[in-house]
Design a protein around this ligand. Structure first.
Ligand SMILES: Cc1cc2nc3c(=O)[nH]c(=O)nc-3n(C[C@H](O)[C@H](O)[C@H](O)COP(=O)(O)OP(=O)(O)OC[C@H]3O[C@@H](n4cnc5c(N)ncnc54)[C@H](O)[C@@H]3O)c2cc1C
Length: 322
């Protein structure tokens, strides 16, 4: 049996941020992940300046591609405007391994199946034990499933379904574009050009709205591909999108049971307006680490519930632009 102070299930942004903070303070931790990094993770890779600050990330020190947009080009039901304010994009295939490396903790390739409480410790698959257990396994986190789901089921109404693809493409339009609420979709589509000739396109919408109207996300994907072609943004590419589902912010989720804590998508923390999940995952990982280090409350109320609404002034400034 391998014993550690803090056993972390999942090495995505939530688990890596938690490990990074714990390691900085000399706590012994071990990350278990079922996938070898770099792993395929459907994600547009948009990060806010707040994420850069939370991670003390100096773009010059970051080894992967780092794209900065001075503004977002937004369209809401066909009404177009620029939303000023610096935003960034990374590639998850580079960003997540970088976060893990920087955390500096051992990562073990292992798919977690069972979680048990034995005496004072948490035991995973009879092989790994920790005084604390952090569930950072994303939507399908086994820690959430075993210890939290029954008492704190996620709200099915907050499930987002997505289709996404990232690929090499010699893009000529450098603007990050978002199209909201088109063709009856309760969600939005995106085009994110990244440094190094990479483009990420995708679409996401609320699962229950699609179901209620008998609609399918695939129909919206076809419309998006057609739009990209019409606007000259992506032409002649054979798309092979991947699907993934995750949850936006839950109301009063149960996030701690004794010394077991859950973070990131395992809770369901993505923002209500944009489905931004990387920042909330990192913040929750850091907060979980602080709660363990200080033996204090683990409280997620300081994590913003929305991405864009706080920037009302920026939004209005954008509308006033010619
Ligand atoms: C198409 C799409 C686009 C998105 N775009 C953005 C965006 O632009 N910006 C943004 O902020 N957010 C975006 N998000 C959301 C964001 O990707 C997630 O919120 C974020 O990855 C959550 O991080 P996490 O660490 O909680 O989980 P994850 O990144 O999912 O990491 C969980 C880890 O746990 C591991 N794991 C799972 N089960 C087990 C197991 N049984 N045993 C061991 N390991 C396990 C997995 O292998 C994985 O590495 C997007 C999501 C999707 C689907």
């Amino acid at each position: 049996m391998r014993h550690t102070d803090v056993l972390i299930v999942g090495g995505g942004p939530a688990g890596a941020a938690c490990a990074w903070r714990l390691r900085q303070r000399g706590v012994d931790c071990l990350i278990l992940d079922r996938q070898r990094f770099p792993r395929a993770k459907p994600c547009a890779g948009w990060i806010t300046p707040q994420v850069v600050r939370d991670l003390d990330l100096v773009p010059g020190d970051y080894s992967g591609g780092f794209t900065t947009f001075p503004a977002l080009v937004v369209s809401v039901r066909g009404f177009r405007f620029r939303l000023p304010g610096r935003q960034h994009a990374i590639r998850r295939g580079e960003f997540d391994p970088w976060l893990l490396r920087r955390a500096g903790v051992p990562v073990h390739l292992h798919k977690v199946r069972t979680v048990a409480r034995v005496g004072g410790a948490y035991v995973v698959d009879g092989t790994f034990a920790g005084n604390y257990l952090v569930g950072a396994g994303g939507t399908h986190c086994p820690v959430y499933r075993t210890l939290f789901r029954e008492g704190s089921p996620r709200d099915r109404g907050s499930l987002i379904v997505t289709l996404e693809e990232e690929f090499s493409y010699p893009h000529t339009d450098p603007s990050c574009r978002l199209w909201f609420l088109e063709h009856g979709l309760s969600g939005y589509a995106w085009y994110v050009p990244k440094t190094g000739g990479i483009v990420n396109v995708g679409i996401g919408g609320k699962a229950d709205s699609l179901r209620a109207s008998g609609d399918r996300l695939k129909r919206h994907w076809v419309l998006l591909v057609d739009k990209l072609d019409r606007l000259g943004l992506v032409r002649g590419h054979t798309f092979r999108p991947r699907g993934y589902a995750y949850y936006t912010r839950q109301d009063r989720p149960d996030v701690r049971r004794d010394n077991a804590l859950i973070v990131g998508d395992a809770v369901g923390l993505a923002t209500l307006d944009m489905g931004e999940g990387i920042g909330p995952a990192i913040r929750s990982g850091l907060l979980a680490a602080e709660a363990i280090l200080n033996d204090s409350d683990y409280d997620l109320r300081t994590i913003p519930r929305v991405s864009l609404l706080p920037s009302r002034q920026r939004f209005l400034a954008g509308l006033r632009r010619p």
